[in-house]
Ligand binder design. Structure first.
Ligand SMILES: [Mg+2]
Length: 414
């Protein structure tokens, strides 16, 4: 009798995927009523039943202890480009500074310092709008060569602490420091101090058991600060966290959730997997875990690529070199931004310009030892265009990288 009743309850739980406390209470009641000794057996946490842990909980810590919790640091330089500009021009200290395209050229700010942010200036804001909000804003052109050089220095410092580094952009990276002997928060402090000592630039860090938590935590004491969420603090940390902080939740999803009365991750945890799939499709499955602070994504070190390029096919063929040059400039800006974002520290060996003509033939002009400057690309464009003189339907610009050093050679250098 008891067995049948218990089986039925487990069956209901299994079908609707609910971790509802109601079912567990009912089960506990059934067991305690008829055979008290079963209770402790049933509710012992094992890896098999850990996924039935309370709705507001994170996957059970008892289980986590079996394999050591990971220690991930998300390191983020503070307004990196602007900070470098201010460091290199001490007269700018204390003034609002932005880096990006000029207003006259319909430019956009790449980043700005905290003095500018006080006026409501933000990165990715059109420069004219930034200047409306902060008329004294000093807008400087980007110097990607300098930023790349700084990023390489910083990357070198990070490698002294771990080789498991996943760069997110020029100024941001995840570090897996699980196997480092120091406590992760002390280690983050040490890393940030080392970076400051060498570059005179400040950074912020988030420390947590996974990438999701580390990334959210790095914003909390920014700038020049850090915040740690220990594995046992994850449940509390997530409870009041706005859903917007989860990666993948943009404005649209946030609105959708607000309609459902959900603002925090704690509130989101009340939904079952199928319910979240109903609202968000496949992402709902991920969301179910993310809102509980569960994120198993590994820190993935650089996957070396051989080249990076961008190209555009035009609606109307370009007949003259001048028309091509105009487009080249836009593509050049794109590829440089992409380069800074994705491959900030790789050594560039060649740059190239690819043209496809209106008869679908193509040609590529490339040269070794040429710096990735607009002038360099322009001379390659001229060379490629001069080969046929046919109308151009596509322009591609890109760079090729030096072969990455094998890991063993890198270790020898340390
Ligand atoms: Mg940053």
């Amino acid at each position: 009798m008891l067995v049948r009743r218990v089986v039925r309850v487990w069956f209901v739980m299994g079908v609707n995927g609910s971790r509802s406390i109601h079912f567990r209470r009912k089960l506990r009641w059934l067991i305690s009523e008829e055979k008290p000794s079963l209770q402790s057996e049933k509710f012992q946490i094992t890896p098999e039943n850990a996924r039935w842990s309370p709705a507001c909980g994170v996957r059970n810590f008892d289980v986590q202890n079996e394999q050591k919790a990971r220690a991930i640091i998300h390191l983020d330089m503070d307004c990196f480009y602007a900070a470098i500009e201010v460091r290199d021009r001490p007269s700018l200290r204390g003034k609002p500074v932005g880096v990006g395209g000029a207003r006259e050229r319909r430019g956009v700010l790449t980043t700005c310092n905290y003095e500018a942010r006080k006026f409501g200036v933000r990165s990715a804001m059109p420069t004219f709008m930034a200047l409306q909000r902060c008329p004294n804003l000093i807008v400087l052109p980007t110097r990607f060569d300098v930023y790349r050089r700084e990023a390489a220095i910083i990357r070198g410092i990070l490698y002294q602490f771990t080789s498991i580094i996943e760069p997110l952009s020029l100024d941001e990276a995840y570090l897996d420091v699980t196997s480092h002997p120091s406590a992760p928060a002390a280690l983050a402090e040490e890393i940030r101090t080392a970076i400051f000592r060498t570059t005179k630039l400040t950074s912020s860090a988030g420390i947590g058991p996974n990438k999701l938590i580390a990334k959210i935590a790095s914003e909390i004491n920014k700038p020049n600060g850090q915040f740690e969420v220990k594995p046992e603090q994850v449940a509390d940390f997530m409870k009041n966290l706005p859903v917007r902080k989860i990666w993948g939740i943009g404005e649209k999803s946030e609105r959708k959730l607000e309609e459902l009365g959900v603002k925090t991750c704690g509130e989101l945890q009340r939904f079952s997997r199928p319910e979240l799939v109903n609202v968000f499709g496949k992402f709902g499955l991920e969301l179910y875990e993310l809102c509980r602070g569960i994120d198993d994504r590994p820190v993935e070190p650089d996957r070396p690529r051989k080249s990076l390029s961008t190209e555009e096919t035009f609606a109307v063929d370009l007949a003259t070199l001048e028309q091509c040059e105009e487009k080249l400039e836009e593509l050049f800006q794109d590829v440089m931004a992409d380069l800074a974002q994705k491959e900030s520290t790789r050594e560039i060996t060649k740059i190239f310009v690819k043209l496809k003509f209106n008869d679908f033939t193509r040609t590529t002009a490339e040269r070794a030892g040429l710096a990735p400057t607009l002038e360099g690309f322009r001379s390659l464009l001229e060379e490629a265009f001069g080969r046929t003189g046919k109308p151009v339907r596509l322009i591609g610009v890109g760079v090729r990288f030096a072969e990455p050093m094998p890991e063993s050679a890198q270790l020898d250098l340390l």
